[in-house]
Design a protein around this ligand. Structure first.
Ligand code: SIN
Length: 516
């Protein structure tokens, strides 16, 4: 028997959780939230350090729209920028502050304090120390767990969207528009694939950072949702616009831990290892607080031109040590473990893949080109970010489009359901052996290296052509592997660890990479 629900939300970050909250509060609809994590708070949202854009003093929606469009390099959709600028700060106030009581930083008089990040004209970013995403996520999940019409299912990996035209056994369904009716999901504990049928399906599966060798993203950000939507026939746009964060910790084993842009917002400056400050020359108007793409390219240029292994970010020169520890406790303690005392020493930093500005094309309420399928958060492309996202707008976009998608679904009476009789159970291609973890590990490593080297920060047609050639070859191999392998949950086993330890000279096993 398939599972069924009114609305299936895949992914529990700020976007998915806000959609579920909006739906569950106002309607009697059943909402099922699934996540591949075992802890529902464990999503990319949890790792967002910097903050969330609100309305600062001397601020206005017009000014925010202007900043978004400038950072987006002329490729942002003005209507989407307008929606986030007008609705975003109002939802921060209503949902995050009033309903959830997120403990954003306040001054001694209890007034909210606003910080600044790259390319913002004014201070307008609310934060909870340097762990803003964690505080928001915690508040959202705790509230959702109290709601009777929300069900959480953890440890489930969505493997395919169910569409009438691809899966229905009714031959006449081929004549209907492509419509999504839920998803096939792998229950990893039970090692079996279930059908979840739903009137509306909301993809909130996050980004693709883990397809690059160096990224700030957690292991779950591998583009599963994007791939499922693409296979289902949804329109995907702007996939070439990957944002590289300029400053991640350049210490072996630190796994590109993010050093928030808020650090530069509080006055830190970038230097070459021989002590030359370079950002004022690159961007006389913005200096160290230039848009992210400009800062990341400038660092890349310095490293390439002079053979530096990294550049240095100095916070200690302009901020009192106690204030550094108070304001950035997470960054302080992680760097301390890596042997760097940021209240005294400069931080070695390099750029790494950070945010996917493209994605499943959606409208202002998150509807994709497939009926019944919504996409919100990083998996979607709303048009807000154009070619480069303005700092601290990702949580805001998740909040706004999550809310609008929830509102839209709640108002709809036209969502089609499909008879379960037409949707067959998942059919495994083979009852035989499961995947060989060594092959799976090595293939994902190869993809990460190709993407990092040929499709990274600096691109040219020569490298892109080579990437295409290599990826096409891999696609054939992996497609064959997928078609002849039983879908199952597996982790790295002794053989993989042995293989990695002995042969993989370029770093430790990235946790979760071999986990479906
Ligand atoms: C950061 O804290 O620098 C990241 C926040 C963001 O991606 O906007």
């Amino acid at each position: 028997m398939p599972l069924s629900t009114d609305v299936l939300v895949i992914g529990c970050g700020i976007a998915g959780a806000t959609a579920a909250l909006r739906l569950a509060q106002d309607t009697q609809r059943q909402v099922m939230l699934i996540t591949r994590a075992y802890d529902p708070e464990d999503s990319n949202t949890r790792y967002a350090q910097g903050g969330i854009v609100a309305r600062g003093h001397d601020d206005s929606p017009d000014l925010l729209v202007e900043d978004i469009l400038r950072a987006g390099a002329g490729l942002s959709l003005p209507a989407a920028a307008r929606q986030i600028a007008e609705l975003g700060p109002a939802l921060v106030e209503d949902v995050l502050l009033r309903q959830l009581g997120v403990p954003f930083q306040r001054d001694a008089d209890g007034n909210l304090t606003y910080t600044r990040e790259g390319s913002h004209s004014v201070s307008r970013i609310l934060h909870v120390e340097d762990a803003t995403g964690h505080a928001i996520e915690k508040a959202l999940i705790q509230r959702l767990q109290q709601l009777p019409n929300v069900t959480f299912r953890t440890g489930l990996t969505a493997v395919d969207l169910i569409t009438s035209s691809h899966h229905s056994t009714n031959p006449l369904d081929i004549y209907t528009p492509i419509t999504c009716h839920g998803a096939y999901v792998l229950d990893r504990a039970a090692n079996k694939v279930d059908r979840v049928l739903a009137g509306a399906t909301v993809l909130a599966t996050g980004g693709v950072g883990r397809i690059f060798r160096h990224t700030t993203n957690p292991p779950s950000a591998r583009g599963d949702g994007l791939a499922m939507a693409f296979r289902a026939g949804a329109r995907v746009i702007n996939a070439e616009y990957i944002q590289f964060h300029p400053t991640t910790l350049a210490i072996p084993g630190a796994d590109n831990f993010l050093i928030s842009e808020a650090v530069r917002g509080e006055g830190a400056r970038l230097y070459t290892p021989d002590g030359r400050h370079f950002m004022d020359q690159v961007s006389p108007e913005w200096g160290d607080l230039a848009p992210r793409d400009i800062v990341a390219r400038a660092i890349h240029h310095e490293m390439l031109e002079h053979g530096y292994p990294h550049v240095l970010l100095n916070l200690a020169e302009g901020m009192e040590p106690e204030r550094i520890v108070d304001r950035f406790p997470t960054i302080y303690s992680t760097c301390k473990q890596a042997g760097i005392d940021i209240s005294r020493d400069p931080i070695p930093v390099v750029p790494a893949a950070h945010y996917f500005c493209g994605g499943v094309h959606v409208d202002l309420v998150g509807r994709s080109s497939v009926d019944g399928l919504y996409a919100i958060g990083e998996v979607s492309c709303t048009g807000v970010h154009g070619a480069n996202r303005l700092a601290s707008t990702s949580l805001l976009e998740g909040l706004v489009w999550g809310y609008r998608a929830g509102e839209d679904i709640a108002s709809r009476r036209d969502l089609a359901s499909i008879s379960e009789a037409y949707i067959p159970p998942w059919r495994d291609v083979s009852e035989g052996a499961g995947a060989d973890p060594v092959l799976a590990y090595r293939d994902s490593r190869t993809i990460q290296n190709i993407m990092w080297l040929y499709v990274g920060l600096a691109r040219n047609t020569h490298r892109l052509a080579r990437a295409l050639q290599d990826l096409n070859h891999l696609w054939e191999v992996i497609d064959g592997f997928y078609r002849s392998t039983r879908l199952a949950h597996y982790r790295e086993d002794a053989e993989v660890s042995h293989f990695v330890d002995r042969h993989d000279v370029d770093g430790p096993f990235p946790s979760g990479v071999s986990e479906l």
